[in-house]
Structure formats: structure tokens, C-alpha cells
Design a protein around this ligand. Structure first.
Ligand code: PLP
Length: 504
């Protein structure tokens, strides 16, 4: 008996993706949406709308007013798309925020249309199998052992949290014979310590807070002149902590720091973690993509020893937000987050060989983000994908060289990945605070003019500028354009300040 019905059977048929109602409507709405997207990117000449247009305003007269789909699309185009950051523009080089690959965008449409939920296999039969397969590919990519497993996550924040949660609970189980899942934190938790570079992402501290350990549980180990964690100091800090009666539980190594893209010495950190019997979590949210590039994989040497690993695809893997993964050396570690519900992940499912991915995740309902990777692997291919990743690093090297050769700019250090930190050196002499303000204003002025989107950051209290070359479409001409725009803005701001100081 075919399930296809010939006529609409409720008043809502045309609002859903069904086999009843006006089938042409599905095609029409999705085609119209694609047409607007294509038009937006065709017309968009700047990474951000020029000043005034980018102001966040009251968008619609009356949000409850109904309109035909086409006029809603027009409104979305005028009021939202045209006032959005165009992250695919080659002059958008601020944050670890990438232009999405078309293959990933198309996958995202399918993910939304199918609306599978990854918590139980019966809500995502094929998707569960795909996620398992893609996670296996990732475990292989990072050379983790057979027992490794993982899950897709919303990104580095969630993955770092999961790594530290498993580290905490494993320490409690093994060293203190204490079951956190059953009994909450043991009294010793007040003295738990997590070691990471002072350059590590703030989510290490945020996770410690959420895990009930407090911010002070995180010990920031000084970084060397290349912004990499000093292993000598790491060992000294661990000894100090032990002597003080603290309980070191984990080391977080960063493979690609947010500010500088520096990669901690993973091999050395592993030796320390192994000697000290500590969990090693690698935050490779940014740098994990280098595993795909044969020219750069050596930078990740030692990653294969991680007890857990965070990697983001919505950064250097060019996938639409959100898309990340958390991998763990031993599948068994997921027992610390497993909770059973008879209606969702019953024991008998497992006995019958069905995998319910809720057993590996912090989330229950979860998107089928693995499809983005699968479709990119199969359409773009790993070779071209790795070239795109390498392109950003090459462009960063090119930008750094140009900054080095430019007397008006000062490069902080040669980048290891694709984050370039520098500052504008005023032609005339200004107090340090004023020099910082000039740099801050340069970043703001470029954004307001719609010329370029670059970032700002502080090092030892001083203001710096930062470009993250995370766009395979950025050319040397774009790099020259941004350098010129920075210098021009700097000169203008300087002049205005000098005029003002003469007037007063
Ligand atoms: C090194 C590092 N770890 C973690 C994160 C957090 O990742 P997400 O924003 O995907 O949660 C970031 C974000 O930039 C990062 O740079």
C-alpha cells in the first residue's frame, strides 16, 4: 500500500516538507531563498555595510504582521542580510570565524530539512551510522587508538568542557575511589588543579567554574617568546602544587592559541602528563585542521597521545556554524556522562547492537552536523581542502613579511599558523596610552567604513591589532589593501589628534 496521499489532508500541509499538498512549494521556497542568498553575495562589495547602515535598528514595523513569503524574503534581504557581516569577503579577517564552504551550506540545508536528532538511533538511523563513520575517520586522522571514540559538539567550548569533565571524574574514580556521578564532588575537589598555558582559551577557566572547581583551579603556565607553554615551568608548577597539598588532575595543551595560533609542545607535554599520571586534553579547536595538511602535520606531533581532544570545523575546516567534535582516547570514559532513559537509550538497544549517540554527548536533541564533513570530503576532496587550509597559513606568512618590511607597522612575532598580531607605530611621538587608543581607533574606523574587518587584542596591557587569515579567497592584493587601509587610518587619526592637541 503506497503511503502517498493525493490530496491535502490538513490546513497545514503547505507549511511542511511532506508528500501531500503543493509539492512545488518546497522547491519554490528553497529556490527563492537560494536566489536571495546568491544575490546578496553578488551585490556585497564590503565585509560590513558602511557606517549608518550597520546600525542595529528596529527592523520591522510590527513583528507579528504576516506577509507573503517573497516579501518576507525581501525584508530579510534589506534589513538583515544587507546589514550582516559578510564573512566570505576577503577583507573579513578578524576572528576565528570562517567563510563556509558551499558543500557545508548545502549539507546544512539537508540537515535542517531531514531534522534528524542524533540522540537515539531510531530518530536518526542513517545519520547515526554517518556520524560514527566520520568520527572514526577523525580518530584515524589524529592517530588515536582503536578504543577511541567521539561525538560532534557545538564547538570548542563544549568540547573543552567535556574533556575536563571526564578528566575530573576519572581522577576521582581512580585516585579517590569516588563516584562523582552518584555523589557529587569529593572534599578534595577544592584542591584540584588544571594546568594550561597562560595563552589558553578562556573556556578552560569557564569549564573549571562550571565543573564546580572554581577559576582558581586553573594554573596558567607562562608561555615562551613564541607564545607556547613552557614545559619546564609546567613541571615546576606541578611540583609546587603537589608540595602544597593540591591535586593536579589534568593538563590542557593548546594546538593553535586564539591570539597567536601558537602550538604548545605536545610531545613534551605528553611526557610530563605521562610521568605525572595526568589527563592530557588537547584544545585543537583552531589548529586541528593542520592534520589534513602534509606540510604542517609535524606541528601537531604528539597529538596522538591526547586523552581527549577538541577540534572545530567551523574554524579552519570552513564549515557553517556550528560544527565541532570531541574525541576521547578510550570510549569507556564516556561512562561518566552516560544517563539512561528507558524511552531513549535502553540497555536492550545496546544488547541488540544499536548505538544511541546520546551516550556520548552532553546534549540530548542534537543536529546531524557530521553530514557537513561527509559532503565536503566527498565533493571538495581532502586534497583541495588541505590546500585551502594551507593557503591561509601562506597568506599569513605573506602578511607578516609585509608588516615586517613596513616602517609604520610593528610585527609581534612570526606566525606559526594564520593569526598575525601587530600594531601601528605612529609617525610622531605619543604617550603609550594614546598610542594604544590610536590602534583601537584604527580597528573601529576600518569597521565603520566597511573597508575591512580586523581584530584587536591586548598583550601585557598594550593594544595590538590582529588579522586572522582564515579565508581561502584572500589574495595578496587584499592583503596589500588592508595594510594600506590600516596605515591610512593611522595617519588620519594621528593628524586629528595632533590638530586637537594644538587647538587646546
Ligand atoms: C583555542 C580555542 N579553543 C576553544 C574555542 C571556543 O570554541 P567555540 O567558539 O567553537 O565554542 C576557541 C574559539 O575561538 C578557540 O580559539
Amino acid at each position: 500500500m503506497p503511503v502517498v496521499k493525493e490530496e491535502s489532508h490538513t490546513a497545514f500541509d503547505n507549511e511542511f516538507l511532506t508528500n501531500v499538498g503543493d509539492q512545488g512549494r518546497i522547491l519554490e521556497m528553497l529556490t527563492r531563498t537560494s536566489a536571495y542568498i546568491a544575490e546578496f553575495f553578488k551585490e556585497s562589495e564590503r565585509p560590513v555595510p558602511a557606517a549608518g547602515e550597520s546600525q542595529m535598528k528596529h527592523f520591522f514595523q510590527d513583528i507579528k504582521q504576516e506577509h507573503a513569503f517573497d516579501s518576507v524574503l525581501e525584508e530579510v534581504m534589506e534589513h538583515i542580510m544587507k546589514r550582516s557581516l559578510n564573512i566570505s569577503h576577503p577583507h573579513a579577517m578578524a576572528h576565528l570565524h570562517c567563510p563556509p564552504l558551499l558543500s557545508g551550506v548545502c549539507a546544512d540545508v539537508i540537515v535542517s530539512a531531514l531534522n534528524q536528532s542524533m540522540d537515539s538511533w531510531d530518530q536518526s538511523p542513517a545519520a547515526t551510522a554517518v556520524e560514527i563513520e566520520v568520527v572514526n575517520w577523525l580518530c584515524e586522522l589524529y592517530q588515536l587508538p582503536q578504543a577511541a571514540a567521539g561525538t560532534f559538539t557545538t564547538g570548542g567550548t563544549q568540547s573543552n568542557f567535556m574533556g575536563l569533565l571526564l578528566a575530573r571524574d576519572q581522577y576521582c574514580a581512580r585516585k579517590l575511589s569516588h563516584d562523582v556521578k552518584a555523589d557529587g564532588l569529593p572534599s578534595e575537589a577544592a584542591r584540584f588543579k588544571i594546568f594550561c598555558s597562560e595563552e589558553a582559551h578562556f573556556t578552560v577557566k569557564k569549564s573549571a567554574v562550571q565543573l564546580g572547581l572554581g577559576e582558581r583551579a586553573v594554573i596558567g603556565v607562562p608561555a615562551d617568546e613564541h607564545k607556547k607553554m613552557s614545559t619546564e615551568k609546567l613541571e615546576a608548577f606541578i611540583q609546587e602544587a603537589r608540595e602544597a597539598g593540591d591535586h593536579p588532575i589534568a593538563i590542557v595543551a593548546t594546538a593553535g592559541t586564539t591570539n597567536f595560533g601558537s602550538i604548545d609542545p605536545l610531545e613534551d607535554i605528553y611526557h610530563t602528563a605521562d610521568k605525572e599520571n595526568l589527563w592530557m586534553h588537547v584544545d585543537a579547536a583552531f589548529g586541528g585542521a593542520l592534520a589534513l595538511c602534509s606540510d604542517h602535520t609535524a606541528k601537531l606531533e604528539g597529538i596522538e597521545n591526547a586523552d581527549s581532544l577538541a577540534v572545530d570545523f567551523h574554524k579552519l575546516f570552513y564549515q557553517p556554524v556550528s560544527c565541532g567534535a570531541f574525541l576521547v582516547r578510550s570510549r569507556d570514559s564516556f561512562r561518566f556522562i552516560r544517563h539512561g532513559a528507558e524511552y531513549l537509550n535502553p540497555e536492550d538497544d545496546r544488547e541488540q547492537g544499536f548505538t544511541n549517540l546520546v551516550d556520548y554527548s552532553m546534549q540530548t536533541t542534537r543536529r546531524f552536523d557530521a553530514l557537513k564533513l561527509l559532503m565536503t570530503i566527498r565533493t571538495v576532496g581532502t586534497k583541495k581542502w588541505s590546500e585551502m587550509i594551507g593557503h591561509g597559513l601562506k597568506q599569513a606568512g605573506c602578511l607578516a613579511e609585509k608588516i615586517n618590511d613596513e616602517p609604520a607597522l610593528h610585527l609581534v612575532m612570526k606566525p606559526e599558523m594564520n593569526a598575525v598580531v601587530f600594531k601601528y607605530d605612529p609617525e610622531h611621538s605619543f604617550a603609550k596610552a594614546e598610542e594604544d587608543e590610536i590602534n583601537r581607533e584604527i580597528q573601529q574606523q576600518l569597521y565603520a567604513s566597511g573597508e575591512a574587518v580586523i581584530a584587536k587584542t591586548k598583550i601585557d596591557g598594550r593594544q595590538f591589532l590582529k588579522c586572522t587569515l582564515l579565508n581561502p579567497l584572500t589574495t595578496e592584493k587584499d592583503i596589500d589593501h588592508v595594510i594600506e587601509a590600516v596605515i591610512e587610518a593611522g595617519r588620519e587619526i594621528e593628524l586629528l589628534r595632533r590638530r586637537k592637541s594644538v587647538e587646546f
